[in-house]
Design a protein around this ligand. Sequence first.
Ligand code: GLU
Length: 420
Amino acid sequence: MNIYHDDVFQMACDQFEVIADYLTIDKNDRDRLMYPKRSVAVTLPVHMDDGSTQTFQGYRVQHHLTLGPTKGGTRFAPSLSMGETAALAMWMSWKCALANLPYGGAKGGIACDPTKLSRRELEAVSRRYMQEMIPFVGPHTDIMGPDMGTNEQVMAWFMDTYSMYTGYTVNEIVTGKPVTVGGTEGRREATGRGVVYLIDRAMSMLKMNPEKSTAIIQGFGNVGAVAALALAMKSGVKITGISDAYVAIFEPKGIDVQAAEQHVMKKGNLRGFMEQAHIAPGEMLVQKCDILAPCAVDRVITDKNADKLQCRIIAEGANGPTTPEADLILNQRWDEVFVIPDILCNAGGVIVSYFEWVQGLQAFLWTETEVADKLYRIMEHSFAQVIKRAKQDKVSHRTAAMAIGVERVMKAKKTRGLFP
Ligand code: GLU
């Protein structure tokens, strides 16, 4: 399966094998569960502002179609590859199944740096990508959503491009749209809110006092910034570390997260904010804190730093922030470090995307309170199931969470049977 050859895909496969061994899944059934059902690569020629034509590579991976259409984000990042997209699609499958959503996992994106494109170029790249994907997606086949490097505006362009093709508005083709064009209330905040709901839940389980707790949050985008603000303003936690792709800031006396947010709104990133407290990004992760929330990229907790982490809770807002080697170390430290694994911790985004899709299909309009209540109900149920399974089988939270997801997909595949 060379088209997926990539370190991140290997990591997702290694994680799957651990679960397959634990669930004693027959060797005959493993590849069928693990490999993506469909993958598409497209070339996107785009007119650039300087008059040149640049070609970009785009991908979409639909991991399995067993439980319904596939669902997943669209990532714009320079290093994106088919293998990484496939890994992210596989994680979406286990995430959706754990939350009991009627979806298989998907992921897609474009190998590009959105910060280096003008607004016109970004629109052209986005529209051309959706146009190339029209034969492969649909509200009952594969529904796109946002991910790293994309936002509500990009989702609106996707929806508009698809709708221009059909000749009528198809809201339910994409989630994470602006509320003004069929998006749902509460989608933008959903992932961060879900992360904070579970951190609060873990703190109360561990009898920690939020007002005496500190948090370091890696990533200051749609997930990290929302989580940092909610932790500081609602839960009363002191934020001592924040970072983005450019700088990391560590200040034991506490960081004014609202001021950081305003700085980012004005300047575009954290450069120039609290310069006296800048620290090497890798150093920030190993500082003493109660809550460590990696909310940026994959593979930041590795066998090099897992034994040095000085936190009580790890809340994985990012996808794949912890490598399987680091997991082995964290498993040894299970009574010191409470891990809220990614497919549980960051599921808020896709859960509210599901609500947006349902509202689009039915022409419903739910209020922000309705959306948040329904989100917390699902998060609570998933959390309780993971904790119960981990205790019962004496396995890590990650193993428990993934096992619940993999089992659901496996059972559905068995019940539907193999055709012909
Ligand atoms: N990008 C989100 C995730 O990784 C989900 C995107 C969506 O809403 O489909 O979970």
